[in-house]
Write a protein that binds this ligand. Structure first.
Ligand SMILES: Nc1ncnc2c1ncn2[C@@H]1O[C@H](COP(=O)(O)OP(=O)(O)OP(=O)(O)O)[C@@H](O)[C@H]1O
Ligand SMILES: [Mg+2]
Length: 366
């Protein structure tokens, strides 16, 4: 009887809810609880469903505060109502680990003695909070490295190298490089945040892909020559207009070609190919593919899934030496997403890499 009444009541609540009697046996579970814990067996002891010590303690305390001398079980969140315990804990539900916020409150007296446990899964919020913390930690670290170097040189210039003109020139060069790196880092961060903030807004302008690629190759001509790379292009003649943000797409191709030069230059080959794909399944339509290939060192495949993460580098030291911030591919990925496109990376250690950007020919659908 109690069970029936409480079930109806629990089903009306949009959170995962469990109810237990005064022996801490389960007398009710709603759809949310079943989704979280799997089939919840009525009549089973509560601990068989949720065995986190703080939660079990809270349930005991709520069922009978007098028999429980401890004031409030830890860890607790602010408890607004007397006799109610709010707590946050990492729990296991049906084999998964969740970060949950829970409220344990007494059953309404007309139902009987016992407790209700409301559970809110906060794992996702927790995860994005962790991502944000990691990001701030990364940025701080990236800025701190050049700053520390610069402070060191300033000190040396004030002290031991005060009258050493040659050392002074050398140190100023290094300081200029470090300041340049910080400057680039800040620009990249701003650019990343801009791209992220309009990721949901589709580009409203058009670009001429072959012309754009010819332009980027011309801009990077000197770096390509210095690395003594043989450039092979295909499909870059004529014009081909597709929807796209010109500044952002230039940034994409610049970054990919720059990477090919910086990290794939040892193969002395750069391939830039543009071709049409009649039907690209992931884009569900016709696409234009821009392929940027090198025959350099390549990337070990264990790195590939994480390559577009912010600050991810295969060889941190080498990237820093090249003035890289590790944000380039993250920016590329967001820009490509904004264009409803797709980035494909194929690379083999020792044989080179191929980055392919697929852009939809039109943005009609979706
Ligand atoms: N063509 C490539 N060949 C080998 N490794 C590459 C290639 N492109 C990228 N990588 C690796 O991926 C990492 C991430 O590249 P990304 O463009 O995001 O950062 P970066 O080049 O270090 O910095 P930034 O682009 O901001 O100057 C690089 O540090 C490098 O280790
Ligand atoms: Mg780069």
């Amino acid at each position: 009887m109690i069970g029936r009444k409480i079930e109806t009541f629990l089903e009306a609540v949009p959170l995962a809810m469990l109810a237990v009697d005064h022996h801490a046996r389960i007398i009710g579970a709603n759809a949310g609880a079943r989704a979280m814990f799997g089939e919840v067996l009525i009549g089973r002891p509560f601990v068989t469903v949720l065995r986190h010590p703080s939660v079990v303690e809270a349930v005991d305390w709520v069922i009978d505060p007098r028999s429980n001398p401890a004031p409030l079980p830890e860890p607790t969140l602010a408890t607004p109502v007397e006799g109610v315990v709010n707590l946050r804990a990492g729990i296991q539900a049906d084999g998964r680990n969740l970060v949950a916020e829970m409220t344990v409150s007494p059953l309404p007296p007309i139902v009987g003695r016992g407790a209700m446990i409301a559970i809110l899964d906060r794992s996702e919020a927790e995860e994005s909070e962790q991502v944000r913390r990691d990001f701030v930690a990364n940025v701080s670290h990236e800025l701190k490295t050049p700053l520390t170097a610069m402070l060191g040189f300033i000190e040396t210039l004030r002290g031991p190298a005060r009258n050493d003109a040659k050392a002074r020139d050398r140190f100023l060069d290094i300081m200029e490089r470090e300041a340049g790196r910080m400057n680039r880092l800040v620009s990249d961060l701003l650019s990343l945040s801009r791209v992220q903030s309009d990721e949901r807004r589709r580009p409203s302008s058009e670009v001429d892909l072959p012309m754009m690629l010819r332009g980027v190759l011309a801009t990077l001509g000197q770096a390509i020559d210095t690395a003594e790379m043989r450039v092979e292009t295909s499909g870059l003649g004529g014009t081909q207009r597709i929807p796209g943000d010109p500044d952002q797409l230039v940034q994409v191709f610049q970054n990919l070609i720059e990477n090919a030069v910086k990290y794939g230059g040892s193969g002395h080959y750069l391939g830039v190919t543009l071709y049409r794909v009649e039907y690209e399944p992931t884009l569900r339509g016709a696409a234009w593919a821009v392929e940027i290939a090198d025959k350099g060192d390549g990337i070990d495949e264990i790195h590939l899934p994480r390559l577009t993460e912010r600050f991810y580098r295969v060889d941190t030291h080498r990237s820093r030496e090249q003035g890289g911030t590790g944000l380039g591919l993250a920016i590329v990925k967001h820009i490509v997403n904004r264009h409803r496109g797709r980035l494909k990376i194929v690379s083999h250690k020792g044989r080179g890499s191929r980055f392919t950007v697929m852009l939809p020919e039109s943005l009609r659908r979706g």
